[in-house]
Ligand binder design. Structure first.
Ligand code: ATP
Ligand code: MG
Length: 434
């Protein structure tokens, strides 16, 4: 029979890869918590209208990337393509803003109908934060510092690119300036950019088409057109980042693909990711809460792509998830297998973070060792008929290929203690196998 494959653009995550995911999730949660952010979880699907209004019709996400469907009750729904609009929806639904400023983070999947390639999937995952209720530059600096900590604590080399795209006062002015600049060169633009020229010329700056590059590079920048309050805000953000020792470059090319951004926008970019260079993007969105029916509330946040971040971690190459850890319990023969079950149970209750692996199969000892090594165990406990008769267990250092005997106490508790004490005394960096 033909096998069924996972849908295009999705991936299964399994050991040892899932350990890298878990470690990263633990890390980002700890950093968010340290900054006073609490976790929010929202549904995987939402009313399509939320994204049309919240993200904007001229964006790539809404115009072509949404996984939308009609459910059996005739409702128009969309698999979450980004988290900010759902977070704002939840905030308003539960009136959380009544309690004052809110700091929230999320870790979870997004869905976009894109052409799958390295670093671009149809189901991917993001960590992100949203900070609501502070209009001043301190919040911009806080959110950027948080993202910067994630980069620094994982030792990934990235560049922080910063820009301001103004507000509802100066941005329309900039749109006109851009339109007037690009319109005479219309025929030299890519088809996508020609269309963006009419709908939203700002989005041309976001073009990934090589043929648009030269025109974009010579285009007037938003920074030349910023109104005075936007210019002052941007100067203050830069000053705060400098004061915190966070390195950045001002890059007028950073415009971000979502309509709701105002003022500060930023990206963490890596030279090691090829075409999908942006690992984290964010910005201020002072108009979003209002446009989704809430009270005017400033906000700022970012989203970091976990797949791309893990690609950077893999390139760094000091992965810990292959280091052997844990104890494989090997019973030889039916009697021993039966009698070893209480020892395994006790070990698992007492072992703390150390995995206890049980092999219930019937095999030669060499086969058991091989399976234990493949399971990445650091050590083994061996119980056979002879050991049972003598009241012993054998403990083996799988890396050093050396073994010892320990007394087997009638109490599984005592034996387990002895095994764990022996394990704890093993050198943590295993010696190279002979
Ligand atoms: P890109 O320019 O790469 O399309 P974007 O501007 O659409 O990115 P955002 O919506 O800002 O991206 O999402 C923030 C981050 O989420 C990105 O920088 C990236 O790391 C990740 N991301 C977005 N879309 C995908 C995807 N389809 N597959 C994998 N990661 C993604
Ligand atoms: Mg995109």
């Amino acid at each position: 029979m033909q096998k069924i494959a996972a849908p295009r653009g999705t991936a299964d995550i399994y050991p040892p890869e899932s350990e890298r995911w878990q470690a990263l999730e633990v890390c980002v949660r700890a950093i968010a918590r340290r900054y006073g952010y609490g976790e929010i979880r929202t549904p995987t699907f939402e009313a399509t209208e939320l994204f049309v209004r919240g993200v904007g019709e001229t964006t790539d996400i809404v115009s072509k990337e949404m996984y939308d469907f009609v459910d059996k009750g005739g409702r128009n729904l969309t698999l979450r393509p980004e988290w900010t609009a759902p977070v704002v929806r939840a905030l308003l639904e539960h009136n959380l803003l009544a309690a004052g400023p809110q700091r929230l983070y999320y870790v979870g999947s997004i869905y976009r109908y894109e052409r799958p390639q390295a670093g671009r999937y149809r189901q991917s995952h993001q960590f992100g934060v949203e900070c609501f209720g502070f209009a001043g530059p301190e919040a911009d600096a806080e959110v950027i510092a948080l993202a910067n900590d994630v980069m620094r604590e994982n030792g990934v080399p990235v560049k922080l690119a910063l820009n301001s795209i103004g507000d509802e006062l100066c941005r329309p002015r900039y749109r006109r300036v851009l339109y007037e600049y690009f319109a005479p060169h219309r025929d030299f633009l890519s088809a996508v950019s020609r269309e963006r020229l009419e709908r939203n010329p700002l989005r041309i700056l976001d073009s990934k088409e090589p043929q648009d590059r030269a025109l974009i590079d010579a285009a007037p920048t938003m920074l030349e057109v910023l109104c005075e309050p936007c210019a002052a805000h941007f100067a203050a953000v830069r000053g705060l980042l400098e004061g915190s020792g966070i390195e950045f470059v001002v890059d007028p090319g950073v415009v971000r693909g979502l309509d709701y951004y105002t003022r500060t926008v930023f990206e963490f970019v890596s030279a090691e990711l090829g075409a999908q260079a942006t690992v984290c993007g964010g910005g201020r969105y002072d108009g979003l809460v209002g446009s989704l029916g809430g009270p005017p509330t400033p906000g700022i946040g970012f989203a970091l792509g976990l797949e791309r971040f893990l690609m950077l971690l893999a390139k760094r190459g000091d992965d810990q998830s292959d280091v052997p850890v844990g104890i494989a319990v090997i019973a030889l023969g039916e009697e021993a297998r039966w009698r070893t079950v209480p020892l395994i149970a006790t070990l698992r209750r007492k072992s703390g973070a150390t995995p206890i692996l049980a092999d219930y199969g019937e095999a030669k000892i060499a086969v058991h060792f091989r399976r234990a090594e493949r399971a990445n165990a650091r050590a083994a406990v061996i119980v056979g008929d002879d050991e049972l008769a003598r009241g012993e267990v054998v403990v083996r250092d799988l890396a050093a290929r050396a073994q010892w005997t320990l007394p087997q106490d009638p109490s599984a508790d005592v034996t387990a203690q002895a095994v764990l004490a022996w394990y704890a005394a093993l050198p943590s960096a295993p010696p190279a196998a002979a």
